[in-house]
Write a protein that binds this ligand. Structure first.
Ligand code: HEC
Ligand code: HEC
Ligand code: HEC
Length: 158
């Protein structure tokens, strides 16, 4: 019997993704929520987040967890949903190693970041031009956390 037919590369990749996704779900369910929230969770283990983690570590915002800026903080339900969504998304692409060399936030991701800047700095900026017109804070403060250059996720390794 030709097992290669049944265990070809694609099937293997799909299986790996499913397993990884299952692992993430178990981590959520098993109280691993706090660990997935830690900056070490992805910064150390995911190749795609190495540079984002390194730049963050040298920034003035290194006391803050990634999730302080990258997940919505309106209410816990909203946070959990977005966390599951981005967690699955990131895991999927991390396992497939098909993320782009220069990772960028989605439009939704950018809005989340801006809302979080405002969550903490509203009182400082509300009477200045910085909060006017709903401009993204990162237009001017792009280099604040991850440096001026687009984060390199690394070259696809295969
Ligand atoms: C103080 C807020 C803040 C914290 C904390 C933070 N980031 Fe970011 N992050 C940003 C901003 C601002 C951008 C750029 C947004 C844009 O391009 O509009 C960004 C962009 C990114 C990007 C997209 C690549 C890029 O360079 O544009 C990744 C990936 C990322 N962050 C990962 C992380 C990880 C991982 C951590 C924790 C180790 C983290 N961030 C912590 C604010 C933050
Ligand atoms: C969870 C709260 C929190 C979030 C989210 C946050 N900051 Fe801050 N930020 C701080 C704290 C705390 C400090 C340091 C002390 C201070 O200025 O009060 C700081 C300092 C700063 C400073 C002055 C120091 C420096 O590094 O130049 C700027 C500018 C700034 N933040 C902009 C931003 C922007 C832009 C965002 C969104 C990308 C953001 N912050 C997200 C809490 C936050
Ligand atoms: C048009 C460009 C621009 C935009 C947009 C902008 N900023 Fe700023 N911001 C600056 C400049 C310039 C400074 C002064 C130099 C510095 O500290 O980087 C500053 C300073 C700050 C400081 C430090 C103030 C202090 O007392 O040290 C904070 C906090 C801050 N910005 C937050 C924000 C937040 C939050 C937003 C989004 C609502 C935002 N900025 C949008 C240009 C901008």
């Amino acid at each position: 019997m030709d097992t290669g037919q049944y265990f070809n590369r694609r099937n293997f990749t799909v299986a790996a993704v499913v397993l990884a996704a299952a692992a993430v779900l178990v981590a959520f369910a098993g109280g691993g929520y706090a660990y997935a929230d830690s900056t070490a969770f992805c910064g150390n283990t995911c190749h795609s987040m190495k540079q984002a983690h390194a730049t963050w570590q040298t920034s003035n915002h290194k006391e803050l967890k990634c999730t302080e800026c990258h997940l919505p903080h309106g209410n816990i339900v909203q946070t959990m949903i977005m966390k599951a969504k981005t967690g699955m998304h990131d895991t999927y692409h991390e396992v497939l190693k098909d993320y782009p060399a220069a990772i960028q936030l989605s439009a939704e991701g950018k809005t989340i970041v801006k809302d979080n800047c405002l969550r903490c700095h509203k009182s400082t900026v509300e009477k200045t031009g910085m909060a006017a017109g709903g401009e993204e804070c990162q237009k001017c403060h792009r280099s604040l956390v991850h440096g001026a250059n687009k984060t390199k996720g690394g070259i696809k390794i295969e």
